[in-house]
Design a protein. Structure first.
Lengths: 436, 254
């Protein structure tokens, strides 16, 4: 930590750590928190010299303002929540303000086997005891350890064996504060054996003058033969910065489908996504679409950890970089020696449409088993001239043609979205970005 | 309707068109024939506004407008249509959405309101039947996975939908078997009327048995070296192009 000591953020940290530990005196996680804080002090905040953060200058955003780590919990009017509505989507709704569950704005799924509530209220739940902070990749990411040490609250979901939620659950994250705030939500979702759910996340940013920096961590566990469809839509605004860590664990025969959509708005987005395969015969689909404009920075850092044999993973990230936006993609695939018969595929395709747009893409394949099928690929290009000419020769103007082409480019991802209203919503959003 | 005067064009520094003169009147159908590499497809590309071609000399007037000043989309909006020799596959763009966008862009240009969904579907159905285009292909991605014949039929279907004044068919017959050729030609013939003109570019006389032209031009080495009626096409079929080349060389050496 010594090298970062001049950061106001650090000064805030040191002042607030004690205060935080006082206010969390009732918290039965003191051991875990202390350990995480120690780990954080070893790792320090990432700098451009940190290998996994070479292309993402987070310090710049931490230095920007003195962020409050302690902020008053607050409520928001229904009109704010309504901004997140996805038209025609028949769903349950869970509203979190800075990670705090707002029961009055929420419509929770109920029924046998469904446990949903504030994480802080479920530290004794079986799913929590068994799984909280257990995904071992978390200890490698300094901001995740910081979250573990200092998080205030988040959402706990546990589905008992054979429990299926009948409609998608839409989680609306509202980020709001009176002063510039560094917000650390922490979530844990556990799907026990044969359970299934579709979860959609999106966010709302009602404040025009206050900067919020969210450093959120989500752990998901997909137990034997369970299935999770998880859609994360990132559409922030100029006053938001985000580091979003998703750490998933899959047990045998489970299916995990992760979709990440980063659309214009937030100047700085870093997504850490890691999946640890603890059982065999699993299926993992990681789909990402990032469309960035202005001087937006989007970094997707993914890690498929093939620990057990006979697992399939498929990763497709596509990017559209406009103006002087820059993108970063890292796709790490680790196939352990025991993980024979692994199929692991990865693809990162980019359209560089801005004169100053750029992409840094890095596959990292480490394969220690000898009977596997793994591949990776990367492309960066512009629109095919021939396609553009074809569209224009039919009377379609250049802008409309580009919008059609971007929609087409995104189609591999949006087509896999299995919730029609959400699929339609995303297509509309993409069209709106391109027509703007 | 279309007047081409002394048109010279080059691509990548290479002179391809070396002084084309051509006058196409309303309702006429002109065939342009010629050996490989004579500049037939280049002429189509230049007229449609393909950007890698540079016009170095000459003029093209379309209904009193300088066509060469217009962007490819504005040429289309003014009523020029090019049926591609190799239609492009665009995965992810549905045929239907593509056509609706095109139609509405043209309507906007003409100051007309966007077409109502119901009217669009009605029009689509009517034109599908007219040119015998498989309705199952409508919701598919544009040309993706279409057979050669299906692609060419899609070109003719688009032609029917967009209803241009001048349609340029660039080797629409290439790669078609006799049945597909008949279907495509029937589609074109149904679209022919007193207002619409066609330029049919082809390598083979075969197509002209189905789409009977008013005039036949022979393009060779970037110039039109002979103009005649449909009988000229038959003569070319029998005698090939060599006699014309010889005639030309004789003329030039005099």
């Amino acid at each position: 930590m010594t090298s970062d000591i001049t950061l106001p953020f650090y000064q805030a940290l040191t002042t607030d750590v004690n205060a935080l530990s006082t206010c969390q005196a009732q918290d039965d996680l003191q051991g875990i928190r202390r350990e995480a804080l120690e780990r954080f002090s070893v790792l320090g905040l990432p700098t451009l010299k940190t290998e996994a953060w070479r292309y993402s200058n987070i310090q710049r955003y931490l230095k920007e303002f003195p962020y409050e780590l302690l902020y008053a919990t607050t409520t928001v009017p229904a009109s704010v929540v309504a901004q997140a509505a996805i038209p025609e989507l028949d769903c349950y709704r869970i509203v979190l303000v800075n990670g705090q569950l707002q029961a009055d704005h929420s419509e929770l799924p109920t029924g046998k086997g469904i446990t949903i509530g504030a994480l802080s209220a479920h530290t004794q739940a079986p799913g929590f005891t068994k799984w909280f902070n257990k995904q071992h990749h978390l200890a490698q990411e300094s901001l995740a350890t910081l979250n573990t040490a200092l998080f205030a609250d988040g959402l706990f979901i546990e589905l008992a064996t054979n429990t299926v939620i009948d409609k998608p659950v839409h989680i609306v994250h509202v980020y709001t504060a009176a002063q510039h705030a560094f917000i650390q939500p922490r979530h844990l979702w556990v799907l026990n054996r044969n359970a299934a759910a579709t979860i959609i996340e999106s966010s709302v940013h009602p404040d025009a003058n206050v900067v919020t920096f969210a450093n959120s961590v989500l752990e998901t566990v997909v137990e034997d033969n369970a299935e999770l469809w998880h859609y994360n839509i990132q559409q922030g605004d100029q006053h938001f910065r985000e580091v979003h860590t998703t750490a998933a664990q899959q047990q045998a025969n489970s299916r995990y489908h992760h979709f990440n959509f980063t659309l214009p708005g937030t100047p700085f987005t870093r997504n850490n996504l890691s999946v640890a395969l603890n059982g065999s015969y699993t299926e993992t689909n990681l789909n990402g679409l990032y469309i960035a404009n202005g001087s937006q920075h989007v970094d997707n850092h993914t890690f498929m950890d093939h620990i057990m044999p006979n697992c399939n993973s498929n990763e497709l990230y596509k990017g559209v970089l406009l103006d002087s936006a820059d993108g970063v993609f890292t796709g790490r695939i680790l196939v352990h020696q025991e993980a024979q018969k692994t199929n692991a595929f990865q693809q990162n395709n980019n359209l560089l449409l801005g004169a100053k747009a750029d992409i840094n893409s890095q596959p990292q394949l480490e394969i220690y088993a000898d009977d596997v099928k793994c591949s990776h690929g990367f492309t960066a290009g512009q629109f095919s001239e021939e396609s553009m000419f074809y569209l224009r020769s039919r009377g379609i103007g250049e802008d409309a043609a580009k919008a059609l082409m971007v929609n087409a480019f995104s189609h591999d991802i949006t087509d896999e979205v299995k919730v029609p209203a959400l699929q339609h919503y995303l297509q509309e959003q993409i069209a709106a970005i391109m027509n703007n | 309707m279309l007047t081409i005067k002394n048109l010279h064009a080059e691509v990548e520094g290479k002179q391809i068109l070396k002084g084309i003169n051509l006058e196409i009147g309303k309702g006429e159908t002109h065939a342009i024939m010629g050996p490989n590499g004579s500049g037939k497809s280049s002429l189509a590309s230049v007229l449609a506004g393909r950007e890698n071609y540079t016009v170095t000399e000459g003029e093209v007037w379309f209904n009193g407008k300088n066509l060469l000043d217009l962007s490819p989309e504005d040429r289309a909006r003014e009523g020029v249509f090019l049926a591609f020799q190799y239609p492009v596959e665009i995965p992810g763009v549905s045929n239907l959405n593509f056509l609706k966008t095109a139609l509405n862009e043209i309507r906007t240009y003409k100051g007309l309101p966007a077409i109502e969904g119901r009217d669009f579907l009605k029009l689509t159905k009517e034109k599908q039947q007219l040119v015998d285009f498989n309705a199952n292909l409508m919701n598919r991605s544009l040309n993706e996975g279409f057979s050669g014949g299906e692609k060419k039929r899609n070109e003719i279907f688009q032609l029917a939908m967009l209803d241009p004044q001048l349609a340029i068919l660039d080797e629409t017959d290439s790669g078609l078997d006799i049945d597909a050729l008949r279907i495509v030609s029937n589609g074109v013939n149904k679209l022919r009327d007193a207002e619409k003109s066609f330029v049919v570019i082809t390598h083979y006389q075969r197509l002209l048995e189905y789409i009977v032209p008013d005039f036949v031009h022979v393009l060779y080495n970037g110039r039109i070296i002979k103009t005649g009626t449909k009988e000229l096409a038959l003569e070319l079929e029998e005698r090939g192009y060599d006699w014309l080349k010889e005639e030309l060389h004789l003329k030039e050496s005099v």
